[in-house]
Design a protein around this ligand. Structure first.
Ligand code: PRP
Length: 211
């Protein structure tokens, strides 16, 4: 695979163990949700590792001290519906983040994304926008979502995915070279149904128990 700039692939023993739980078709909904929550926390940690800070002055019980506050507004945007699985771990770190929603599903025949809903906060131009979806397959949904966000004036976008296919990464890197991608795994390829191989199946169905 060609080198993708702005790509972070997280290596961590907990991620390796939890990816195995998520990939295993014998994993039930409860265990799938727990593993997704843990990995999402680690993805969030890495996605936020260079957050801008501003200094602040506080008073400890002992004396005045310097502290830090996050110096940017954060907007989390899940691509519905599977992206919802990554929202709460991010909110745990950034409780005052805004959450916008983009509804898209992939047409099963054409594999093209179909937009069905959007609800975003007013101003995205100064925000750090964290677009989240556990699966980056052809990249069609992420590409569409990023274009949509840019048309709403977003200039600082990070895409967080759990498992990415090389095809999707190439597409995002070519069409949106400014967007950083944080992922837990780059899998082998897509199959003829545009599912990630080996992947984990349909993340939305498995997370929401609709298989
Ligand atoms: C899945 C996944 C992504 C998209 C990835 O959603 O969650 O949104 O497909 O495929 P792409 O990179 O080829 O566009 P799905 O259509 O299964 O909808 P769901 O989240 O409602 O289950």
């Amino acid at each position: 695979m060609q080198t993708i700039e702005k790509l972070t692939v997280i290596k961590h023993p907990i991620v390796a163990r939890d990816l195995t739980i998520l990939r295993n078709q014998a994993t039930n909904t409860a265990d799938f949700r727990l593993a997704m929550g843990r990995i999402a926390t680690i993805l969030a940690y890495f996605a936020l590792k260079d957050l801008p800070l501003r200094e602040t002055n506080i008073q400890t019980p002992i004396q005045p001290a310097k502290g830090y506050e996050i110096n940017t507004h954060i907007v989390i945007v899940p691509i519905l519906r599977a992206g919802l699985s990554l929202v709460n771990p991010l909110i745990n770190f950034i409780p005052d983040a805004s959450v916008g929603h983009l509804g898209m599903y992939r047409d099963e025949t054409t594999h093209e994304p179909v937009d069905y809903y959007s609800n975003l906060p007013e101003s995205l131009d100064k925000a750090m926008v964290l677009l989240v979806d556990p699966m980056l397959a052809t990249g069609g949904s992420a590409d569409d979502a990023i274009t949509f966000l840019k048309n709403k004036s977003a200039t600082n976008i990070r895409f967080i995915s759990l498992i990415s296919a090389p095809e999707g990464l190439q597409r995002i890197s070519k069409k949106h070279p400014d967007v950083s991608v944080i992922t837990a795994a780059v899998d082998e390829k897509l199959n003829s149904d545009a599912f990630i191989v080996p992947g984990l199946g349909d993340a939305g169905d498995r997370y929401f128990g609709t298989t």
